[in-house]
Design a binder for this molecule. Structure first.
Ligand SMILES: C[S@@+](CC[C@H](N)C(=O)[O-])C[C@H]1O[C@@H](n2cnc3c(N)ncnc32)[C@H](O)[C@@H]1O
Length: 212
């Protein structure tokens, strides 16, 4: 099903690109990218056999979508794709997928990442690996607000979609609420209260409150 999250990811894909959709599952993003005419070709990958079978069935009839079974970016060669999309996975897994295939990552022009958690670490990974954030957006689907990051090598400066998103205030309030819950659990343990993590969460809450 094409929802606002998939649409927001699609909107970041530069027209005419060859796209890799890693962990494509049902293949909705790949199909939308071809149906809309935005991508020239999509290589949709899956690590697990069950979703791979569903993916292969869903994309039958789409000549410009190729399904590949395998782990992360390891089923791609360097230079094969312009854009790498990795959506709906935890930040640590996204990082591992990127780290495991440096040559494929280096050869891409655009990374579009939608981590389910660990967004801060993804931003750090991008900075450490010479990627700059070109744009960011928020999208609400099924009552959840997702963060989407688009990274490029030398993007032109611009106001990020996220900054003018009607979802921003709600997103920040939800994030503060979630972090406050974590903090109040941590307060029950004197060890946790004195940890670096406690201070980091407190600092993030203060930072977010300034933005609200
Ligand atoms: C929650 S689904 C997200 C599907 C889709 N990307 C989306 O955003 O709607 C995560 C998918 O990633 C696949 N996956 C997990 N680890 C993977 C890996 N290392 N390489 C490729 N696919 C992986 C899973 O089998 C699953 O189908």
């Amino acid at each position: 099903m094409i929802d606002n999250r998939i649409k927001a990811i699609e909107n970041f894909v530069q027209s005419g690109c060859v796209v890799a959709d890693i962990g494509a599952d049902h293949g909705y993003l790949a199909i939308e990218l071809i149906k809309s005419g935005r991508a020239a070709k999509v290589i949709a990958t899956e690590k697990n056999l069950h979703p791979f079978e569903a993916l292969s069935k869903n994309i039958s009839g789409f000549n410009r979508i190729e399904a590949r079974l395998g782990d992360g970016l390891q089923v791609l060669s360097a230079g094969e794709v312009d854009t790498i999309c990795i959506a709906g996975m935890g930040g640590a897994l996204i990082e591992k997928i990127l780290d495991d295939s440096p040559e494929v990552v280096k050869s891409a022009r655009q990374l579009i990442l939608q981590p389910m958690n660990g967004v801060k670490k993804i931003r750090k990974w991008l900075a450490e690996n010479d990627w700059a954030i070109a744009d960011e957006d928020l999208a609400e689907a099924g009552g959840i607000i997702y963060e989407i990051i688009c990274a490029e090598r030398n993007p032109a400066p611009k106001v990020f979609k996220r900054e003018t998103s009607p979802l921003l205030v709600k997103f920040l309030a939800q994030r503060v609420e979630k972090l406050e819950k974590v903090l109040s659990e941590m307060k029950k343990s004197s060890e946790a209260r004195q940890s670096e993590k406690f201070l980091a969460i407190q600092a993030e809450i203060d930072e977010l409150r300034c933005l609200c």
